[in-house]
Design a protein around this ligand. Structure first.
Ligand SMILES: O=C(O)c1cc(=O)[nH]c(=O)n1[C@@H]1O[C@H](COP(=O)(O)O)[C@@H](O)[C@H]1O
Length: 233
């Protein structure tokens, strides 16, 4: 069975609300992403609760620290039984290599991916950061460094997916947030595509939050998105 391509971002401040949606879902339909808000509020036990339900759980804490700290955080995350964890590629090559090495002896080896440039970044915001390269070039540079460090993939926007597939190879996983069905509110996302466009561009997994969680009927919103990409499955 191919793994579900949709990862629902459970960005809730209410555990009951999150679990009410999860109860309507199933692990064949989607994976679940737990980010900084729910992890801060409800901690590792909430993550373990979702893992126990049989979901692919993506723990999105974007570890970015000195190599030793990130390596230990990755080991702690692996012990929760999660399917995927992320670090920030801007932490550098040594940090990413130490993170990968730290997982080698773990019983549960989650996919280890690196965040390149946040999908909320546009050229204007990016230019204030003072990088020499352009935004797309910086994403490509960080993706190559992540690949060379032995990571399993990157978080990037769907705008970079085609280029990164050519550059890093088909097995290097591309996880793309900034997914918006036609007509849905961009919010603070900048580099967006529809689910189908993103998969056509080469995305392996679609991270989708508010278009689902803030819909009037989140389950129906997920089903509609799932139906819209059925030709890609
Ligand atoms: O690592 C992430 O998941 C992430 C990286 C990135 O570049 N952009 C991004 O939006 N995300 C996360 O993906 C989710 C997107 O949520 P929505 O904008 O509501 O669909 C949020 O939980 C973000 O924290």
């Amino acid at each position: 069975m191919s793994e579900p391509k949709i990862l629902v971002a459970l960005d809730y401040n209410d555990k009951k609300e999150a679990l009410a949606l999860v109860e309507q879902l199933n692990p064949k339909l989607c994976g679940l992403k737990v980010g900084k808000e729910m992890f801060t509020l409800f901690g590792p036990d909430f993550v373990k609760e979702l893992v126990a339900k049989g979901y692919n759980v993506f723990l999105d804490l974007k570890f970015h620290d000195i190599p030793n700290t990130v390596a230990k955080a990755c080991q702690a995350a692996a012990k929760l039984g999660v399917w995927m964890i992320n670090v920030h590629a801007s932490g550098g090559r040594v940090m990413m290599e130490k993170a990968r090495e730290a997982l080698e002896h773990e019983e549960n080896k989650p996919l280890l991916i690196a965040v390149t440039m946040l999908t909320s970044m546009n050229e204007q915001v990016f230019s204030e950061l003072g990088y020499q390269r352009g935004l797309a070039e910086q994403v490509a540079h960080l993706a190559q460094m992540s690949r060379d460090s032995g990571l399993d993939g990157v978080v990037c926007s769907s705008w970079e997916a085609k280029q990164l597939k050519q550059q890093c190879g088909k097995d290097f996983k591309l996880i793309t947030p900034g997914i918006r069905p036609e007509g849905s509110d961009k919010g603070d996302q900048s580099r967006i595509m529809t689910p189908s466009q993103a998969l056509n561009a080469g995305s392996d997994y679609l991270v989708i939050g508010r278009p689902i969680t803030q819909a009037n009927n989140p389950y129906q919103a997920l089903c509609d998105i799932s139906d819209s990409i059925v030709s890609h499955l």
